[in-house]
Design a protein around this ligand. Structure first.
Ligand code: FAD
Length: 413
């Protein structure tokens, strides 16, 4: 039997890959009482709340291999962004290839300047062609500066947009990861599943029989061909796929320092009106304030709000309420930011709830731990910090585990 530790997207994809190869003798052991790991959606009956702002890019090869885009029922953002300067100043930035007519209408606007428009088009038309981004080389910020983008354009667009993707407001992530992700943005608009982001994991897990899951069971140690659960029970295995987050992996194998992670804080608001008519992400282009971006979620995916009110999400990168003296001081700061960016109507938005996701993404990636034989590692930190990276790592680990287990099985037969 192959034991998979962790039922996040990496572990679930490993299970799907084993099954696709005709190997059904596996068991998934998960600490939580639910599947999905960091991908989660909650509801209060009226709204769907993803636990931290997240979107799905249907162009990810792993998404296309293991999920039906039709069954996900995606509602799509438009390609581009609304650059929010001090209200009422706004600039519409659309992808000229995806929305050529709208792009033509914005040509007369003074911002962005012609140089930045042309450089963006060049970036848009250049194929990064990367299959496996590395975590070294120049940073994204260095590359953008070297390519000649103006500081004002980096501040207004690249910084808030890619902070939202990589949760890195310094654009310090590697240029390779930036180009890799940029290519997927070129291939498709991003979307929100009808059932919220949790819909992604539910669909991924759907073909896996219920008896394959041991939920609410924490693995306390992993040895070659043996997994021990908290409480002392042991499970024998021909191979083990360790598909946990990097911090949990370090805790299990214990020989490294705790890894660094990136965080996001997302607040949800109900509003009577949507602050802009299109399905665009609103970016804080002022370069100051707590808010990074604002998403008109129910405009993009109507199932996120079943009543008459709209659902807006407001996210900040890295700095949560803990850096404030109290929660109400933080909330009123955020609301002041919203009024500055959106206009006075934002003072009438109703705060619903917020999520602080401290360990949202690994800071470093592409680091596969070495373990004893018959132990295979998966997780976003092994490939790259995204659903694509996590799923890819799960598939690779399943292939490696099979290549070890199948010859053994033949010998035993
Ligand atoms: C707020 C947020 C927003 C994001 N936005 C996007 C986005 O827009 N687009 C995108 O592509 N990606 C996004 N990501 C990244 C993506 O969601 C993650 O990269 C991916 O879900 C990681 O999956 P994983 O399986 O590697 O890890 P995890 O989801 O962390 O799964 C690991 C599982 O292992 C379990 N586990 C840990 N230790 C043990 C143990 N000892 N015993 C048993 N079980 C254990 C955990 O409970 C967990 O279920 C976002 C992530 C977050 C948090």
């Amino acid at each position: 039997m192959i034991i998979i530790v962790g039922a996040g997207v990496a572990g679930l994809t490993a299970a799907r890959a084993l099954s696709a190869a005709g190997y059904e003798d596996y068991l998934i052991v998960e600490r939580a009482r639910r599947i999905g790991g960091r991908v989660a959606t909650e509801t209060d009956g009226e709204f769907l709340f993803d636990v931290g702002f997240a979107v799905l890019n249907p162009a990810y090869p792993m998404v296309q291999r293991y999920l039906s885009i039709e069954a996900l029922g995606l509602g799509y953002f438009q390609s581009g962004a609304l650059l929010l300067h001090e209200s009422p100043q706004r600039a519409l930035l659309v992808d000229p290839i995806a929305h050529p007519l709208v792009a033509l209408q914005t040509l007369a606007k003074p911002f962005p300047g012609w140089g930045d428009r042309m450089r963006t088009l060049r970036l848009r038309l250049t194929d990064g062609g990367l299959k496996k981004p590395r975590d070294d080389g120049p940073s994204t910020l260095e590359t953008l500066q070297k390519s000649g983008f103006s500081e004002s354009y980096i501040k207004a667009f690249f910084r808030p947009f890619f902070s939202g993707v990589f949760l890195d407001d310094e654009l310090s992530i590697s240029e390779e990861l930036f180009r890799y992700q940029f290519d997927f943005f070129k291939k498709s608009r991003v979307g929100l599943p009808r059932a919220g982001m949790q819909g992604v994991v539910e669909l991924l897990a759907d073909p896996i029989p219920k008896e394959k899951f041991m939920l609410g069971c924490t693995v306390s140690s992993v040895h070659s061909r043996k997994v021990t659960l908290e409480g002392g029970r042991t499970l024998d295995a021909a191979a083990v796929i360790v598909a946990v987050d990097e911090g949990s992996s370090v805790a299990l194998f214990g020989n490294q320092r705790a890894p660094e992670t990136r965080s996001i804080v997302t607040l949800y608001y109900a509003s009577e009106e949507c602050p802009w008519p299109n399905r665009l992400l609103g970016l804080n282009s002022t370069g100051c304030g707590w808010v990074n971006h604002i998403a008109p979620l129910s405009k993009v995916q109507p199932s996120y709000a079943t009543g008459k009110r709209h659902l807006m999400s407001v996210s900040g990168i890295g700095r949560g309420p803990v850096s404030y003296s109290d929660l109400s001081a933080w909330k009123s700061d955020v609301q002041a930011d919203l009024v500055r960016l959106v206009g006075s109507e934002a003072s009438a938005w109703t705060y619903l709830r917020h999520y602080v996701v401290d360990k949202a993404l690994p800071k470093k990636f592409g680091r596969k731990p070495s373990g004893p034989d018959e132990i295979f590692f998966a997780g976003d930190y092994v490939e790259n910090p995204s659903l694509q990276g996590a799923m890819q790592s799960g598939e690779f680990a399943a292939e490696e585990a099979l290549s070890r287990v199948l010859p053994l099985k033949r010998v035993l037969q």
